[in-house]
Ligand binder design. Structure first.
Ligand SMILES: [Zn+2]
Length: 270
């Protein structure tokens, strides 16, 4: 699933690829993916217009049009973006597409068809159903905000808490394992029991790991709309490989049903 660093790279690359191109038409093969519009209303909103800005909030991309309308896109678990030539055969998994007058086409594909695209007819992000319950941005959260989130979590465990978009927006199952490994915190640790020193370390590592993720992902995918394979990560999907810190083999377990990778020795403070 794409997480904050992947979305930050998509945002950057999309700006280079699609900004200010005239949208000649749009289409939708997944009516249930559309929030607040029908395929016809979506087409009417974008046809003849241009994307003038692309921003990000949590794991969502926000496309601003020159008519001040906005589209909010969530790629969910399996959604991907492709830039194709308009003459290319339509992909069987494509959900939504935008044809540009220069003969290119931006396509959102998803075999599960879970992606969501919301049309904001007044352009006001405060009225977005997708964005309304998000917590502060993971790379912008303040130390005070983080402390409050941790304290309020009572018996909640740290890994699911950091992945809860209503508490902090942008972190998913891969980056949370890296952040907790770097911070030497066990993924099952009760969040409200972290010491001040652990909270300070965690706070620093959330921002550092996400920033590092943007740098490594950019090196991996360049200007493409692809998602990094994340082979450069330290513990994520590294089961049995030596911990880069202490050489103990990385273990794999489940935390709230999600695959979790950690070092038994470095993260022993459960
Ligand atoms: Zn270790």
């Amino acid at each position: 699933m794409p997480e904050l660093p992947d979305l930050a790279v998509f945002q950057q690359n999309l700006k280079t690829i699609v900004l200010n191109k005239i949208i000649s038409s749009s289409g939708c093969n997944a009516v249930k993916s559309l929030i607040n519009s029908s395929p016809e209303e979506l087409d009417e909103a974008v046809k003849g217009n241009q994307f003038t800005d692309i921003t990000r909030r949590g794991k969502h991309l926000i496309f601003t049009l020159n008519n001040d309308l906005r589209l909010v896109l969530h790629l969910m678990l399996r959604g991907r973006l492709l830039l194709l030539k308009s003459s290319q055969t339509h992909h069987t998994e494509e959900c939504i597409w935008f044809d540009f007058s220069d003969g290119t086409m931006l396509v959102v594909i998803d075999p599960t068809r879970w992606i969501k695209l919301e049309l904001l007819k007044d352009g006001d992000l405060n009225n977005s159903k997708l964005l309304k319950n998000l917590g502060p941005e993971a790379d912008k959260v303040t130390l005070e905000e983080l402390k409050e989130i941790l304290q309020k979590s009572r018996l909640g465990r740290i890994k699911p808490l950091l992945m809860d978009q209503k508490k902090i927006a942008g972190i998913g199952n891969a980056y949370v394992d890296e952040i907790l490994w770097k911070s030497k915190i066990h993924p099952n640790k009760t969040a409200s029991l972290l010491t001040d020193a652990q909270i300070n370390t965690l706070y620093r590592n959330i921002s550092n790991v996400l920033k590092w993720g943007v740098e490594e992902s950019t090196k991996d995918v360049g200007g493409e709309l692809a998602e990094s394979e994340r082979s450069w990560m330290n513990v994520y999907r590294k089961r049995g490989k030596p911990c880069p810190n202490c050489k103990t083999p990385i273990e794999q377990t489940k935390v709230v049903g999600r695959d979790t990778f950690y070092c038994r020795r470095c993260q022993c403070n459960q």
